[in-house]
Design a protein around this ligand. Sequence first.
Ligand SMILES: NC(=O)C1=CN([C@@H]2O[C@H](COP(=O)(O)OP(=O)(O)OC[C@H]3O[C@@H](n4cnc5c(N)ncnc54)[C@H](OP(=O)(O)O)[C@@H]3O)[C@@H](O)[C@H]2O)C=CC1
Ligand SMILES: CC(=O)N[C@@H](CCC(=O)OP(=O)(O)O)C(=O)O
Length: 342
Amino acid sequence: MKVSVIGATGYTGVELVRLLNEHPNIELSLLTSNSFAENKIDEIYPHLKEEVEIICHKLDIEQIVTNSEVVFTALPHGVSMDIVPKLVNRGVKVIDLSGDYRYQTLATYEEYYQKHASPQLLSQGVYGLPELNRKKIKDSNLVANPGCYPTVSLLALAPLLKTGLIDPQSIIIDAKSGATGAGRKLSLGTHFCEVNNNFKAYKVGQHRHRSEIEEKLSIWSKQEVKLNFTPHLLPVKRGILATIYADLTDDIAELELFKQYQNHYQEELFVRVREDNMPELKYVAGSNYCDISLKVTDGNKVIIVATIDNLIKGSAGQAVQNLNLLAGWEEDLGLKKVGLYL
Ligand SMILES: NC(=O)C1=CN([C@@H]2O[C@H](COP(=O)(O)OP(=O)(O)OC[C@H]3O[C@@H](n4cnc5c(N)ncnc54)[C@H](OP(=O)(O)O)[C@@H]3O)[C@@H](O)[C@H]2O)C=CC1
Ligand SMILES: CC(=O)N[C@@H](CCC(=O)OP(=O)(O)O)C(=O)O
């Protein structure tokens, strides 16, 4: 299958290039770049030398449509919404990594992001969290890959929320991300001297991912959910660890809760429920796994700890998992990777 990557020079874009290059059913067709047009991808990212030597071009919709069955748009939000309709309307399937098509409610998107340029496509966008939305993804022509914080938070909460075992209004998500989460573009906040040997909360109480998580939890629990969500920036490159607090609706033994998670995820290839260890970034970095563990305190409070690699399960890996679903292939094709412990 011929696939193209728009925005191949960003961190998620280059991770897609790496994963797709190793995917047995994929031919990498076109790569696009805004600032590095006419450079070979291995000149921009020298680790790709002798592996991928494709020239990056300025975006040409006609060329992309002619040469691709599926297109990944790894673009900033606000940019995707101008480009995606031009592909979808021409019959090309799109997996969009931005926030532009993740919401069901336009007003929420516009409150947290900006005015939407193609709101008519929101209803076509299928939320690309395979573990919770597999059937719809298979039949869609526009997959909205979830945000990195929402991926880890929703996977961690689904088994308890969907069974009514936690009070949806009691949720507190305390999440920490590595700096690649902010992308490759330069900014003072992710400058080495600002991030290294430091640790900080940011966008406290107002991060846009709070609204994405709230929307999905509200749909599942059939009530308007409001939660506390605080992201933090860690002085590491990859990985997100979320520590989530919630009130149980009854006194439930820890073992029972583990059973709930194991039942919920027993068929899942990329979710590991860990009774052995609390999740650590080291266990998932470089892999498409989400690791989850928990602890019950005082009989009626639960603390859930979950991790992902933001560039794999949090973006590019999940996007490839969605491609496998769209194409009707095994879901872990090209993704069977043990992480990088060191
Ligand atoms: N980083 C992460 O962990 C995650 C990111 N995401 C989302 O994925 C998307 C990509 O993120 P990320 O890879 O980190 O971002 P980067 O900033 O690293 O890369 C952005 C890419 O988009 C291209 N681009 C930027 N502006 C334009 C434009 N106006 N027209 C065409 N191309 C443009 C850039 O091209 P060039 O540099 O060549 O100019 C680059 O290839 C974003 O929406 C992000 O929110 C989602 C989950 C996790
Ligand atoms: C560390 C860091 O800056 N992380 C990013 C999240 C990246 C991501 O997943 O966001 P979207 O796909 O929704 O853009 C942030 O907080 O904005």
